[in-house]
Write a protein that binds this ligand. Structure first.
Ligand SMILES: *Cc1c(COP(=O)(O)O)cnc(C)c1O
Ligand code: SF4
Length: 322
């Protein structure tokens, strides 16, 4: 296979699960019909590369810094919005080195406006030493009040989650959020449920993030099942995103109007605590932009940024086609 292509990468656990789940197969298995193109490593879909004050960081929103601790994941999701970096091209080593982590800590320590640091990637759990170094150092930075981990690792390789490390990470600040990226209820296997229970015991505040995916989770019943199960497990659904369009992910992208229809129906069925915010990540916006529901009349052509300036629709083409 062309080495600049976004490689198929799965785990023994996922291959086993895929035998029983079509959703897992669609999420993880390379599809030559749609993906026979090289990953575009020059691309900057979400303006993340131009908003990187130092290596391994993204700073787009007030008060919060994203730290990309690895450019690798336990498995590659076919709809990954960072597939120009994850597992290809930019960083063969795949992990932020200790001295680079220390540079991030210095940067944060010198900027009192930063109150939250978010460990992301790739997957931060692929760089456990870097993650622990980052969090341990930041535990001593007074103005950083909240730490957050964004990961999909527990759903890709639940048997490899290092619970002793998780306990130490949860203790680094009084408030540490742990966000699970989950897209289908089939991912909530007995092994995953056990990990979630253990993570709760560590003291994390558990939240989830999801992506609307055509052919995977684009129906009300599937999402109702997933959000209800998460809520009952003590995982608060936080965000559900519109899938970012790139050449290789078009088959997953839903019509925004259809997403709004599904979210509006879910709002009528779910506990408020089980209902996530429906958002779009726009390249130039200063935050994730909330999508209104059917319960309002609204014009999707009029989208405003947080400072009241209008966002250019030229950089995103998600308007309902009808
Ligand atoms: C999503 C994201 C965050 C976190 O945003 P929240 O709305 O606080 O969850 C921070 N920085 C960047 C660059 C992001 O993409
Ligand atoms: S886990 Fe996240 S970063 Fe990794 S391939 Fe999947 S979507 Fe991309």
């Amino acid at each position: 296979m062309d080495e600049t292509r976004f490689a198929e990468k799965t785990t023994t656990y996922l291959r086993d699960l895929a035998e029983r789940s079509e959703a897992i197969r669609k999420m993880y298995f390379f599809d030559p019909e749609f993906e026979d193109v090289p990953a575009d490593i020059g691309r900057d879909l979400l303006n993340e590369k131009v908003n990187s004050p130092l290596f391994g960081t993204v700073r787009k929103f007030d008060g919060r810094l994203l730290v990309l601790l690895s450019y690798t994941c336990a498995a590659n999701c076919r709809y990954c919005e960072r597939q120009d970096r994850v597992g290809v091209g930019l960083d063969r080593v795949g992990r932020l080195a200790p001295r680079q982590v220390d540079a991030v800590v210095d940067y944060v320590a010198n900027d009192p406006s930063l109150y939250e640091v978010i460990a992301s990637g790739g997957d931060p759990l692929i760089n456990p030493k870097g993650l622990e170094r980052l969090f341990t150092s930041l535990s001593r930075v007074e103005h950083v009040k909240v730490l957050r981990i964004h990961t999909r690792f527990p759903l890709q390789s639940p048997e490899r989650v290092d619970m002793a490390l998780m306990e130490r990470l949860a203790a680094t600040k009084s408030t540490v959020y742990f966000s699970l990226h989950i897209d289908h209820p089939d991912e909530l296997t007995p092994q995953v449920l056990a990990v979630i229970r253990d993570l709760r015991r560590c003291g994390f505040i558990l939240i989830s993030q999801s992506v609307f995916l055509k052919g995977v989770n684009d129906d009300i019943d599937t999402l109702q099942r997933m959000f209800t199960e998460l809520f009952q497990l003590g995982v608060r659904p936080y965000y559900i995103y519109h899938c970012q369009r790139i050449q290789t992910t078009e088959r997953f992208e839903m019509d925004l109007a259809e997403e709004v229809r599904i979210m509006s129906a879910l709002r009528e069925r779910l506990s408020g605590l089980a209902f996530p915010q429906h958002v779009i990540d726009l390249p130039s916006a200063r935050g994730k932009v909330l999508v209104p529901s059917h319960h309002w009349d609204w014009d999707p052509a009029k989208v405003r940024d947080f400072d009241d300036s209008s966002l250019s629709t030229a950089t995103w083409q998600i308007l309902p086609t009808s």
